[in-house]
Design a protein around this ligand. Structure first.
Ligand code: C5P
Length: 418
């Protein structure tokens, strides 16, 4: 189950060529179990047909202020009152101006005005229209009133113009929506979570390094899962091969020592640290200033020195919930248990290194002082949800506001580990 499952989302679409991209958003949210009510302005329907959204959401597309819904309550009042979130994407300069002025002359603007639901606006327009002081003032006003207004992306517009005005990519809008829902009702709202991800590169010379096969997938999924539960997330990423999630603070690093500095800065005031990064245990003792040449040598010896143990060095931070990862090729559970104790962790996620590093799927065993739980092989996205749920179940008293703690501790465990 994800943060959008069962949520009532109003998806407002206004008259921009970027409206076609939102087809994918409507589909993703619906597949994830959200109840998506699409409201289109008349101009939006010049760009994309209502039938497309109707087919994908399985619900009638709304555009008429005067159409009475089945419950007989006037549509614009009932819709917004039951919504968990309202997104307007793409939002034109005109719609933004009408929202800022409180004008409600169509179903979308009326619904927004008659709703307390959190509002997410993804503008898309000509760069000059976006930069215009009128639009900027309207956006500032909407932000001041609590709306989340995304910055458009920079790039080529539909017309041959380059500038800032493109609709943010669908994964960005979706990530921002999930973050918004999490901040509104998630169990980690108000909490600060630090996640490390990817591998590290330890340079040998300006062009070569010692690295590993980590892709960033697991750590990025963990950061997204924490974000979806309402946390403000700092994601410290070493080199990775996948795109980072939206709506987290991304800090890019390359070496273990850079990662340590970033972690030490980020954990100040944090509640939870998930150290997923595959950190190099050793680094070359020196980095050559110029490219190392082979010359006539048949052999090259590289002298390695120990890197700092980032997690192991945080024993004094007892207030911080610390979760580590153990990826091993053999004696997995024995090594994982010894790391749990040696590094003073609250929980460790054990996984088989060759099968999981760089892969899409992972089979994990969660170990803590109480014992262990073996989880099935699954995609890293759902695995990350399970890790976050397990953390919340085990450490609720340290992580959740008191009114949210479930005294029955109901989060599910799979197969117990002997
Ligand atoms: O001891 P090992 O490196 O296998 O431990 C793995 C755990 O410790 C992971 O959570 C990893 O992110 C973390 N680690 C660290 N600093 C290192 C090496 C690993 O924090 N230098």
């Amino acid at each position: 189950m994800s943060i959008v499952t069962g949520k009532r989302i109003i998806l407002g679409i206004t008259g921009s060529i970027a409206a076609y991209k939102i087809v994918e958003l409507a589909r993703n949210l619906t597949l994830d179990g959200a109840i998506v009510d699409v409201i289109m302005t008349i101009s939006a329907q010049r760009f994309v047909g209502a039938a497309t959204f109707q087919a994908l959401t399985g619900r009638p597309v709304l555009d008429d202020m005067w159409a009475l819904p089945e419950d007989g309550v006037v549509g614009h009042v009932s819709l917004g009152q039951h919504a968990d979130a309202v997104i307007i994407a793409p939002a034109t300069a005109n719609t933004i101006a009408r929202l800022a002025a409180g004008i409600c002359d169509d179903l979308l603007t009326t619904t927004v005005l008659a709703s307390n639901a959190p509002l997410l606006i993804a503008p898309a327009m000509n760069p000059l229209m976006y930069a215009h002081p009128a639009t900027q003032a309207n956006i500032a006003l909407l932000r001041q009133r609590g709306a989340t207004v995304l910055e458009p992306a920079y790039g080529r517009m539909a017309e041959p113009v380059v500038g800032r005005g493109r609709l943010p990519d669908v994964p960005v809008i979706e990530g921002e929506l999930r973050a918004l829902l999490g901040r509104t009702s998630g169990p980690l709202r108000g909490r600060r979570v630090v996640v490390t991800a990817g591998g590290t590169h330890e340079p040998l010379d300006p062009v070569r390094f010692i690295g590993n096969r980590a892709s960033g997938r697991m750590g990025y999924a963990l950061a997204a899962a924490a974000r979806d539960r309402g946390a403000s997330v700092v994601l410290i990423s070493g080199p990775a091969t996948v795109d980072p999630p939206a709506a987290v603070t991304l800090v890019r690093v390359e070496t273990a020592r850079e990662m340590q500095q970033a972690v030490l800065r980020a954990i100040d005031g944090a509640d939870l640290l998930i150290m997923n990064a595959a950190v190099a245990d050793f680094r070359p003792a020196t980095t050559a200033e110029k490219k190392i040449k082979k010359g006539d040598d048949e052999e090259l010896t590289i002298h390695l020195v120990r890197n700092p143990d980032i997690l192991g060095g945080l024993a004094q931070r007892r207030d911080l919930v610390k979760v580590g990862f153990a990826a091993e090729t053999h004696d997995l559970l024995a090594y994982a248990r010894s790391k749990l104790e040696r590094k003073g962790l609250d929980m460790i996620v054990a996984n088989e290194a060759v099968a999981s590093i760089g892969a899409d799927d992972i089979q994990m065993t969660l170990l803590d002082a109480q014992g262990g739980v073996r989880l099935p092989l699954q995609p890293k996205t759902t695995a990350a949800e399970m890790v976050l749920d397990a953390i919340l179940e085990r450490f609720a008293a340290r992580l959740c506001p008191p009114e949210q703690v479930d005294p029955t501790g109901s989060a599910g465990a799979d197969e117990p580990v002997p």
